[in-house]
Write a protein that binds this ligand. Sequence first.
Ligand code: DP6
Length: 328
Amino acid sequence: MSDISRATALAHPNIAFIKYWGNRDDALRLPANGSISMDLAGLETRTTVRFDPALRADSLSLNNSAMTGKGLERVSAFLDLVRRMAGFDLRAAVDSRNNFPSGAGIASSASAFAALALAATKAAGLDLTEAELSRLARRGSGSACRSVPGGFVEWLPGSGDEDSFAVSIAPPEHWPLVDVVAILSGAHKPTGSTEGHALAGTSPLQAARVADAPRRLGICRQAILTRDFAAFAEIVELDSTLMHAVMMTSAPPLFYWQPATLEVLAAVRQARSKGLAACATVDAGSNVHVICEQAAGEAVVKLIGSIPGVREVRAAQAGGPARIVEVE
Ligand code: DP6
């Protein structure tokens, strides 16, 4: 091990345009299908990892409160992977902070494990390539592999652990899209995505969704590369609806949508038919991510802000890759 023992890294969350739902291998987080996303600028997780011979156990501070139980176990299991790669057995103190509140409609596990993968490997004296780092982040949370590269990102499902990682397909400045998140009031804590992935295969619709994924990925990738908003909007909405159809038909069924979710979806569809460059996608929760061209941003904020049941609106542009901010 080199003399580096402490590092701080930063990563952005991401919003998926073509969704990851279901694994071929839950333990390795090998996805049933590839996915495409955009990193979200301005929103970030900042994580410091310190490996220290004086520590008897791993510790995790999340937004300044000490975590125990499942949260700490998940981080500790992830640190075991880093310790194995580094060939040492030191315990670590992890301090992680989000600049966005949990419950803001933005999942934090992607930015959390991308930042943790980068900070922990640097602190361990390892220098991983982007692909290696993405592979590692994937083991903590599938979508975290997509928060390692910058801008518009595709997770290649791969044939196994070695080749299942994410790559950038275009830099953030390639297409100034904005994710305007409609945060709904009264949303309660939904079934987490890890539990949801494990149920995906029980839906009779999952096989059809997965079989058609390469086609949707191709259309979405091409629409991003050519900045074709009409094609992009159609495929993003189809993909989100397909995932929710699988969720609603799994055993037990998962219904994430609230009445206001449908209202926002309908308002966006109607506005698009009148020429507004906006479309909508929903993750494992009830909040709606309205993806629009920058010029449509103001109109979108106004449109969804006026819908009863929308508590708050938050906007983010395309962001950069996970990066180191400090090494000691
Ligand atoms: C609906 O990456 O959060 O947001 O690997 O269990 O941490 P774990 O799951 P996670 O799943 C994301 C599900 C999704 C769709 C997506 O982001 O692609």
